[in-house]
Design a protein around this ligand. Structure first.
Ligand SMILES: O=P(O)(O)OC[C@H](O)CO
Length: 233
């Protein structure tokens, strides 16, 4: 029995003693932060500047470099499909991964949106709306981090998928029909982006208020006047 397992048995009682070391799980052994799933997430972040350099070669006019940028973007976006899946299948879910995965997506999507707007391919207001939502949701995650890690929701994943496919179509040096498809997908992405942004806001406010209800030591919120209609509740 390793020291660590012995310590776990000491801390958790004797439920597993006598069943042999194979039956003793190691509750004090955390999932290592350095693992394949998190490595894929970090790889996605590393690809962002590489993608941007490729996009801006020849001011985006070179078909070859636009194609290279599109491929780099697609590879980076694909890692988003696999890091979460690998983490779940191999039991490699960490708080670092839950926080870093959406941040990596935001770096990639934000970088691509700004790049497309700088090149005059995508209206700036779309970039502004999406980037503002992503910054806002990241801030919310840090706001509640002490109490809870808010992982990506299904809606959030759908939003990122729509954004990534739309961006991919804008990036690829394809004809007019594809640009129309890109526009439709981007419009859908903007709707889901705003909707999920509001949903995360609601979640974060709920976490903070529940936490406050449970922890009487937390600073009291501003009280409403007692005595008015429904006051004091
Ligand atoms: O909507 P968010 O901020 O949770 O981001 C979702 C992630 O990008 C999905 O991988």
């Amino acid at each position: 029995m390793t020291d660590r397992i012995r310590r776990a048995v000491d801390e958790k009682g004797i439920a597993n003693v006598g069943r042999g070391p194979d039956h003793i799980t190691d509750p004090v052994d955390p999932v290592p932060v350095v693992n394949i799933a998190n490595a894929l997430t970090v790889f996605r972040i590393v690809l962002v500047p590489v993608f941007l350099v490729a996009l801006f070669v020849d001011s985006g006019e070179s078909t070859l470099w636009r194609s290279i940028a599109t491929v780099i973007f697609a590879v980076a976006a694909l890692t988003d499909r696999y890091d979460g899946r690998i983490a779940r299948r191999r039991g490699l879910i960490t708080d670092f991964g839950k926080m870093a995965d959406p941040i990596a997506d935001k770096a990639l999507i934000g970088g691509a949106l700004v790049g497309l707007s700088v090149l005059g391919i995508l209206p700036w207001w779309i970039t502004a709306v999406i980037v503002a939502r992503e910054v806002w949701v990241t801030a919310l995650r840090f706001w509640v981090l002490r109490h809870k890690v808010i992982p990506a929701s299904r809606g959030g994943k759908l939003k990122t998928l729509l954004q990534a496919v739309a961006i991919g179509l804008y990036l690829a040096p394809l004809g007019g029909g594809w640009q129309i498809a890109a526009g439709i997908l981007m419009a859908l992405a903007v709707i889901v982006t705003i909707y999920t942004g509001l949903d995360y806001t609601w979640q974060a406010v709920k976490v903070r208020s529940e936490r406050h209800d449970r922890d009487p030591a937390a600073p009291a919120p501003a009280r409403r006047a007692v005595g008015g209609t429904g006051g004091g509740r």
